[in-house]
Design a protein around this ligand. Structure first.
Ligand code: UDP
Ligand code: MG
Length: 325
């Protein structure tokens, strides 16, 4: 594959994670490239192919032949969107980096507004969803609950409705790249790094082709990762639950002793026995599970594996910055 080195520094990079999106690459670039042309000549489009099994990479290579500023890094397998974004930030060279989905749910035209806010001195410009009525009420409900819980127990609040669609100045990109954690909950990381930020409201569009790659299970996992990465409340709460349960058990013991002394031994004590045994085993298993979650996270961190493995590259990204691997 042909290599391309843009003359001079790159002004604006657009990072797009793609997973089996071959049908969306063409329509996306048709809308994205004119927008970028209007903003600057010095841009690059960095696709991160997250181990697609379809013709996604071939489609990107086809576009690269016509527009050398379009390129890709391709993973050896599916590593997940969060990791794909991390790889995109490693390879993007722009003074500002835009992250967006490749299914046209994120309107490319908004990038012009992003750039305007960036030129005013904002390090982070994030798109904020107006509504999520393409989603089921249950999914919306869970999302809302998650933000409420995160605001209450997390280390810092997350702006509601803000996703990965955003522009980050080089300064912020470098800080994000320096964060070593493996369990990457980018929404949390974006807030954690701080800096001057501004939200731009927008309306999510319909997915152009294909279906969402997020199952309910994946979303739950994602929320759980977010919580356990940015809060130790799930770990600490068991001290209090344990204390409360133990106090209750003690009160019950006192009651049973008194009853035995007053009325004599009571043979049918099984019910209370079984109930309390089961209750305590439940509480213990739950707290063990929570501790396990954190230990699993520590384990993942101490293994110090690279975040991703690059199998192939197309175009400018081939000359990209030195990321892991
Ligand atoms: N994606 C990815 N790896 C995955 C799942 C998704 O790179 O394992 C990409 C996908 O190709 C798309 C973006 O992440 O560009 C958002 O995915 P999707 O549209 O499925 O998520 P939703 O819009 O439903 O949140
Ligand atoms: Mg989508």
């Amino acid at each position: 594959m042909e290599l391309f080195r843009p003359a001079g520094p790159v002004g604006l990079s657009v990072v797009l994670p793609v997973y089996n999106e071959s049908a969306n690459i063409g329509p996306l670039l048709d809308r994205l490239l004119p927008v970028l042309e209007r903003i600057t000549e010095s841009y690059e489009v960095v696709f991160v192919d997250d181990g697609s099994a379809d013709a996604t990479l071939a489609a990107i290579a086809g576009h690269h032949a016509r527009e050398p500023r379009v390129g890709a890094v391709s993973f050896s397998r599916n590593f997940g969107k969060e990791i794909a974004i991390a790889a995109g930030l490693d390879h993007a060279r722009g003074d500002a980096v835009v992250i967006m989905d490749s299914d046209l749910q994120h309107p490319p035209e908004l990038i012009e507004t992003f750039v305007a806010h960036w030129r005013e001195g904002n390090v982070m410009v994030y798109a904020q969803r107006r509504d999520r009525d393409d989603e089921t009420a249950m999914r919306r409900g869970f999302a809302h609950l998650f933000y409420r819980l995160f605001a209450r127990f997390g280390e810092m609040p997350l702006p509601e409705g803000a996703g990965d669609f955003r522009l980050i100045d080089r300064k912020g990109v470098e800080v994000l790249r320096s964060l070593p954690e493996r369990a990457r909950f980018s929404k949390g990381l974006y807030s954690w790094i701080g800096f001057r930020s501004v939200g731009v409201p927008y309306t999510v569009e319909e997915r152009a082709h294909g279906s969402s790659k997020w199952s309910f299970r994946k979303l739950f996992r994602f929320a759980f990762d977010g919580m356990t990465s940015f809060s130790t409340v799930p770990l600490r709460v068991w001290t209090y639950v344990g204390g409360a349960v133990a106090t209750l058990a003690l009160a019950m013991a006192v009651y049973f002793i008194a009853e035995t002394l007053l009325r004599g031994p009571d043979v049918p004590g099984y019910a209370s026995l079984i109930v309390s045994v089961m209750f305590f085993s439940g509480v213990q298993l739950m707290s063990l599970g929570i501790i396990g979650e954190y230990i699993g996270r520590i384990f993942a961190e101490v293994k110090r594996r690279p975040l991703y493995v690059v199998a192939d590259r197309v175009g400018p990204a081939a000359l990209g910055r030195t990321g892991p691997v």
